[in-house]
Design a protein around this ligand. Structure first.
Ligand code: SF4
Length: 170
């Protein structure tokens, strides 16, 4: 019996449309190559079924969510890669210039650090010192959105990353 994970075209279409809507509403753009983009969406869905989270379709999963938080789509590296190269690592998201054809897509380097180096960064606060504010300030690690409240929001209002992608900023 095959243990291959099945994803239907309806599931792919549904998620593709959702990501497209959310990207455009948040100032991002999906790759206009719909076939390639849907392949990546399919990869996200397979990873969701296999691991329980949206592991990046171009990166190996550890199978441990805590170790892979930075590569849950949209990953922590999307925005810096869009700024520097006009595309995220997988080319699921592209810049306005790539969308308009004035910048070409090309392979980009992996900026994710090895696990040991990432683990060292987890123990450091984002900003040194303590805050006199009545609430902690939370920072979305995906897009940098900041908010001051008891708990981070369930979903980032800008990039739609989930609550577990927030860190205490100050
Ligand atoms: S945004 Fe990050 S996690 Fe999502 S497809 Fe692109 S590189 Fe992978």
């Amino acid at each position: 019996m095959s243990d291959e994970i099945q994803v239907t075209e309806e599931e792919v279409d549904r998620l593709y449309k959702k990501l497209y809507r959310e990207a455009e509403a948040g100032g991002y753009h999906l790759n206009p190559d719909v076939e390639q983009t849907k392949d990546l969406v399919r990869g996200i869905l397979v990873n969701e079924k296999r691991y329980g989270y949206w592991n990046c379709p171009c990166r190996l999963s550890s199978g441990i969510k805590q170790d892979d938080l930075d590569i849950i789509c949209p990953c922590d590296y999307r925005d810096p890669d869009l700024n520097d190269y006009g595309t995220c690592y997988c080319a699921l998201y592209v810049s306005q210039a790539v969308l308009e054809g004035t910048q070409k897509l090309r392979p980009i380097p992996e900026r994710r650090l090895p696990l040991e180096e990432r683990q060292k960064a987890w123990t450091k606060p984002a900003v040194a010192g303590t805050s006199a504010l009545p609430y902690p300030v939370w920072r979305c690690k995906v897009c940098g959105y900041l908010c001051a409240r008891d708990e981070p929001p369930e979903v980032c209002p800008v990039c739609k990353a989930k609550k577990d992608r927030f860190e205490v900023f100050m």
